[in-house]
Design a protein around this ligand. Structure first.
Ligand code: HEM
Ligand SMILES: *[C@@H]1O[C@H](CO)[C@@H](O)[C@H](O)[C@H]1NC(C)=O
Ligand SMILES: *[C@@H]1O[C@H](CO)[C@@H](O)[C@H](O)[C@H]1NC(C)=O
Length: 219
């Protein structure tokens, strides 16, 4: 323990990028869902965006399934992005930011075939839950169901699936700037300053009561 702390401190002093951390369990008191979470760091002092995912328990590994994503964002963030399969290109992307009233959260489903600004993607739909969507003086958070985030077609027309009981490689992106037309989910947006990857452990995020809880949250 002692030496681990010192090695961590020395690495921090040298300015090394932190190694990607393992997912941890987060039991959300608001929604009642169990999430697995990772933090996408955008500053070396530990500031980051927290990404949580909740998965239904009984699902087939090679079939689409709904998930719930909860994102906790420091107010200084302009927009934050999540790549469901760990890269900018050829996987469902989500970008989130706040509307100009600093109250409403905008979610934008995107896709990009290369490293150019992603365009609206109709293959994923997000349903925001009022429960689990809130803010205070330092952070805002959003909780939404996604249909169409765990499966998609690759460019050859084959189906790809995120594994409900294993690790899936994901990525995030951060910009200090808000999109140019912040009240619209089809706004253009500025390129990210930071991106990072990790393996998100979906197996920690299984919820036996997923369907019932989601039904209650969206009614
Ligand atoms: C949801 C939004 C976005 C996510 C999650 C995302 C994620 C990423 C990631 C993970 C990379 C590293 C390469 C890779 O793994 O594919 C990357 C590279 C890149 N992205 Fe994005 N991105 C997003 C939006 C944008 C936007 C809006 C722009 C332009 C306006 C952009 C332009 C680029 C460029 C030019 C690169 C290559 C630069 C480099 O490798 O240093 N991205 N992106
Ligand atoms: C924008 O929001 C509308 C209404 O919720 C939704 O139907 C549409 O798919 C969203 N577009 C994007 C790009 O997320
Ligand atoms: C502010 O809200 C965020 C997101 O919900 C939460 O993680 C954080 O603990 C809250 N801070 C305080 C001081 O309550």
């Amino acid at each position: 323990m002692f030496w681990t702390l010192w090695i961590g401190l020395i690495a921090a002093l040298l300015g090394n990028a932190p190694a990607a951390m393992a997912s941890t369990i987060y039991r959300d008191p608001d929604t009642g869902l169990t999430f697995s979470q990772n933090v996408g760091l955008y500053k070396s002092d530990g500031r980051g965006v927290t990404f949580r995912i909740a998965v239904p328990d009984a699902v087939d590994s090679y079939a689409p399934y709904d998930v719930v994503i909860q994102i906790v964002v420091p107010t200084e963030v302009g927009w934050a992005g999540f790549a469901w399969n760990g890269g900018m290109a050829k996987n469902p992307l989500l970008a989130v930011w706040r509307a100009s009233n600093n109250q409403d959260v905008i979610l934008s489903s995107r896709w990009s075939n290369s490293h150019v600004s992603p365009t609206p993607y109709a293959g994923s739909q997000y349903t925001v839950f009022k429960t689990g969507t809130k803010s205070n003086s330092t952070h805002w958070q959003v909780t939404a169901k996604c249909t169409g985030c765990t499966s998609w077609q690759n460019t050859e027309g084959g189906n790809r699936y995120l594994q409900p009981k294993a690790q899936n490689r994901v990525a995030f992106a951060y910009s200090p700037l808000r999109p140019s037309n912040p009240n619209s989910n089809t706004s253009n947006f500025p390129v990210h300053d930071v991106h990072a990857y990790w393996n998100h452990e979906f197996a920690l995020a299984s919820n036996a009561n997923f369907a019932a809880v989601v039904q209650k949250l969206q009614s």
